[in-house]
Design a binder for this molecule. Structure first.
Ligand code: MSP
Length: 514
């Protein structure tokens, strides 16, 4: 049977801003998802990158007296360094300034044009430069941009248009026939009403600046940033030259994005693809926004959360765990050090960290740290309960990950951590150890507890790769957790006997309140 494929993407980030928690959030979520899919046996592909063209970058570079490409080169390394330090396992990083991307944009433009969907016109409307968006009169709020509240300018320029209006019905039909296409449901309803109001043709070129991909055949125009940027999702999987990779991974299983850029992904992008005769992504999932201690995050408030600093201070895994556990994916959330420290102390130090150290400490004390060899795994109530709980957890986590419900997946894993902690409490190895006649039962209990830890190590791995790896290492597993597959957890007893374990220091030392 051919291996199932899975393709997930983040938005590509603008290079006129430095990375913050909002960027890290999407990227960490996609990373957890792709690692999960790999451990589930999929051939999974993960794309991220940077959005480097457009007026904002051109302006920012001019203000610093540098070339746009130099600015992009500088900022792009900040993203790449951050992703490395957060253990992001992307397979490809697309920069919209790379030749392969230009080739891809030119080709999709050509196909859309060939289909009769591009015409030259004049564009006039209210333009918000910071947001690079034209607004209609009635979208403005007291004359200002409805997104950022800054003043807009009346702007007219010659422009190529894309006949988006032509795809209104096809798009609506697609949304109706594919209830999974736009998630969460509340967002889907927003898009349906927007499309029903009527789609206007879309201006897809600009003459007012030059930092972009020239329109094929008319280099006075550059291609509108969103037409350029959205195309990264196919560039990243080989469009148009590498047909094998492209047909392997496209259509994407999910584009993960923030709620502010849903319209571009759920309306513009699908209509471009329909026109170009390419399949639509299977799902677009819009997550919520983070505020910081109750306030909107902004440079002027000076409250921008730097993910690298958080990871350095509290640990990469603690940061990854926090952002995915704290808030249901799709809803808005609030970041505070207090909440982060609370999660670390209760879930990571108390529940998980304690469990690992108490099990390995007992194994050290009673069996010299060597995983016992057992003939059976026991049929007592707690033994069976724990085995069933692992099977149920695997099934529940799988359902949650299909819905991108990271917080529920983690809750389910932590319920299992609770089951294992109770297993140790009820089987009381310290009592068994006092009675030589019960040595066999003690072996069984210690084996089972370690075997449960093997499961936990692999289950947490997608979310917290370092922790998962470390749990497996301490258990003396012959392979790193990176190579683990959930399939191996379906049968109880995969932990090799006689392995030498290591207790090690606390996985998550408690942190005093900030
Ligand atoms: N370049 C475009 C995306 C093009 S995709 C074809 C862009 N870039 S961005 O850098 O401004 O934003 C990228 C992502 O960061 C968006 O998904 C946005 O929702 C997310 N976030 C920005 N601030 C955020 C928060 N405060 N909280 C959560 N996510 C936030 O848009």
């Amino acid at each position: 049977m051919a291996t199932e494929t899975f393709y997930v993407s983040t938005p590509i980030y603008y290079v006129n801003d430095v990375p913050h928690i909002g960027h890290a959030y999407t990227t960490v979520a996609c990373d957890a998802l792709v690692r999960y899919k790999r451990a589930a046996g999929c051939d999974a592909f993960f794309l991220t990158g940077t959005d480097e063209h457009g007026q904002k970058v051109e302006k920012a570079a001019a203000e610093r007296g540098e070339r746009p490409i130099d600015l992009a080169d500088r900022v792009v390394t900040r993203f790449q360094t951050l992703w490395k330090s957060l253990d992001i396992s992307n397979d490809r990083f697309v920069r919209t300034t790379e030749p392969a991307h230009r080739r891809s944009v030119e080709e999709i433009f050509r196909r859309v044009k060939e289909n009769g969907d591009v015409y030259l016109g004049a564009y006039e409307d209210w333009y918000c430069t910071p947001c690079e968006t034209f607004w209609t009169e009635n979208q403005l709020i007291e004359g200002n941009c409805p997104d950022c509240n800054r003043p807009t300018d009346r702007l007219q320029e010659p422009s190529y248009f894309f006949r988006m209006s032509r795809y209104q019905d096809a798009l609506l039909k697609h949304i109706e026939e594919n209830p999974e296409f736009i998630q969460p449901v509340s967002r889907r309803n927003e898009i349906v009403s927007f499309v029903k109001e009527g789609l206007r043709d879309l201006s897809i070129s600009r003459t007012s600046f030059s930092w972009g991909i020239p329109v094929p055949g008319d280099p006075d125009h550059v291609i509108y940033v969103w037409f350029d940027a959205l195309t990264n999702y196919i560039t990243g999987v080989g469009f148009p030259d590498d047909e094998e990779t492209f047909s392997r991974y496209w259509p994407a299983d999910v584009h993960v994005i923030g709620k502010d850029i849903l319209r571009f992904h759920a309306v513009y992008w699908p209509t471009f693809l329909l026109s170009a005769g390419l399949p639509l992504p299977k799902k677009v999932f819009a997550h919520g926004w983070w505020t910081v201690e109750g306030k909107k995050m902004s440079k002027s408030l000076g409250n921008v959360v730097d993910p690298a600093a958080m990871a350095e201070e509290y640990g990469v895994d603690a940061f990854r765990y926090f952002v995915l556990r704290e808030v249901p994916f799709g809803l808005d959330g609030d970041f505070s050090r207090e909440a982060l420290v609370h999660r670390i102390n209760s879930d990571l130090a108390n529940d998980l960290g304690n469990l690992v150290s108490r099990v390995l400490a007992m194994l050290g004390k009673y069996r010299g740290g060597v995983v016992p060899r057992v003939v059976s795994f026991g049929t007592d109530g707690p033994d069976e309960e724990m085995r069933d709980a692992l099977a149920n957890t695997l099934a529940e986590v799988d359902r949650c990950m299909d819905e991108l419900a990271f917080n529920r997946a983690l809750t389910a894993i932590w319920q299992f951590v609770g089951v294992v902690n109770r297993y140790v409490d009820t089987t009381a190895p310290w009592v068994l150890a006092k009675d030589d006649a019960r040595a066999g039962r003690l072996d069984q209990v210690l084996y089972n507890a370690c075997e449960a830890l093997r499961g936990i190590g692999l289950l947490v791995f997608p979310f917290m790769p370092r922790t998962g790896r470390e749990i497996w290492r301490r258990l003396g597993m012959p392979r790193p957790a990176d190579e683990g597959r959930f399939e191996e957890l379906r049968e109880w007893g995969g932990l090799p006997a006689d392995a030498r374990t290591e207790r090690g220091p606390s996985l998550f030392p408690r942190i005093e309140a900030p």
